[in-house]
Design a protein around this ligand. Structure first.
Ligand code: NAD
Length: 344
């Protein structure tokens, strides 16, 4: 198969080059993201490979279909940026459901530790021979309550880490499944009782802006909020207000609602237009990373392995096809995938 690879970054290529060569797949790398402006690049290819900020909306899907593109291979787990309904019956969609939940959970916890113990401040101070400890007071995590929203693969890894620190774990999930020493509560109870809240559920219409002024009002004063899932789970302006009102004690953000045109690029010489992000970054108790939670050698390798395997399985129609997703996934009783067939 010939694959057009969008939004290519230097760190993507080594693992993909190696697996593609081994599996006889031809990949053409393009730097731009897939959008309506760049979709023409996909002409003549059998499939496209996209990441979290490619915009595969219904117009893009229509164009891809008219070029004869047969499949979209997401090299990530979340698929909120693909109009799966528009794809149905035309273009198959595959994803990498898990590549290293450890990478994301470890990053979430790194952000918490950094922010709680002011490591980002201390690092800068000692580089300038400032050895003062003023304003660096943190909290013990031992004995604190962490509320985990979404107890899937990443949420569970984070729970293991938190339990290793001696924390009490509350959880909320739309489909709860028992986990030792974890108490499932309602979302409201989780907001009320948690010292730290970490988001690990997908972005859906239901979960969009689950952190907003009403939910923040229910939280403890000084709460730490960690988001390594999807930016739009949080209403950023409400978060900023919560910080200004001293209600939110700290925010650790690996994702941001409006990250599409900002993250993954060097903007250091640009005038930033996003005032909310500017103000968030300016806050001493906010840490922003640029959607890097997945970025480990192990994860990159697993992403390339599974994506190229998805391509081979799609082409041959053989093997376990569970990585295909469609807008009916989880909704219909008579699922093709359950019978190890393509979604349509
Ligand atoms: P997963 O599918 O294993 O787990 C998601 C969990 O969320 C499931 O248990 C599901 O039942 C639950 N859920 C679904 N809707 C919910 C809702 N409205 N409220 C509460 N819970 C709900 O997924 P995962 O692998 O653990 O990944 C979680 C999210 O992490 C992904 O959706 C993706 O957005 C994000 N992610 C971010 C990065 C990064 O680099 N920052 C990398 C990978 C994944």
């Amino acid at each position: 198969m010939r694959i057009a690879f969008f939004d290519t970054k230097p760190y993507d290529r080594p693992a993909f080059d190696s697996y593609a060569k081994e599996r006889g797949i031809e990949i053409k790398y393009f730097e731009p993201r897939l959008t309506m402006d760049t979709v023409e690049l996909a002409k003549g290819f059998d499939g496209v490979c996209v990441f979290v900020n490619d915009d595969v909306n219904k117009d893009v899907v229509k164009e891809l279909d008219s070029f004869g593109v047969k499949a979209i291979f997401l090299r990530c787990a979340g698929f909120n940026n693909v109009d799966a309904k528009a794809c149905f019956g035309k273009i198959h969609v595959y994803r990498v459901p898990a590549y290293s939940p450890y990478a994301v959970a470890e990053h979430a916890f790194s952000l918490l530790l950094t922010s709680n113990r002011r490591i980002h401040k201390a690092y800068n101070r000692t580089r300038e021979y400032n050895f003062s400890l003023n304003d660096l007071v943190g909290h013990d995590l031992y004995g604190k309550t962490i509320g985990v929203v979404g107890t899937g693969k990443i949420g569970r890894c984070l729970i293991n880490i938190a339990q290793g620190f001696g924390m009490k774990v509350l959880a909320y999930d739309k489909f709860p499944a028992p986990i030792p020493n974890v108490t499932y509560v309602t979302l409201d109870e989780l907001f009320k009782e948690s010292d730290i809240i970490s988001l690990h559920c997908p972005l859906t219409e239901e979960s969009r802006h689950m952190i907003n002024k009403d939910s923040i009002a229910k939280m403890k004063k000084g709460v730490a909020i960690i988001n390594t899932s999807r930016g739009a789970l949080i209403n950023s302006e409400d978060l900023l207000d919560g910080i200004k009102q001293r209600k939110v004690g700290s925010a650790c953000l690996d994702v941001y609602e409006e990250e599409n045109d900002i993250f993954y690029a060097d903007k250091s010489n640009h005038i930033m237009n996003d005032d909310t992000l500017l103000q968030l970054i300016a806050m001493p108790n906010v840490i922003v990373t640029s959607h890097q939670a997945f970025l480990t050698e192990e994860a990159l390798n697993n992403i390339a392995d599974t994506t190229t395997e998805n391509i081979i399985k799609f082409e041959s129609g053989e093997g376990n096809l569970t990585n295909e997703i469609c807008y009916q996934c989880g909704r219909q009783n008579d699922c093709q995938k359950a019978r190890n067939k393509k979604c349509f």
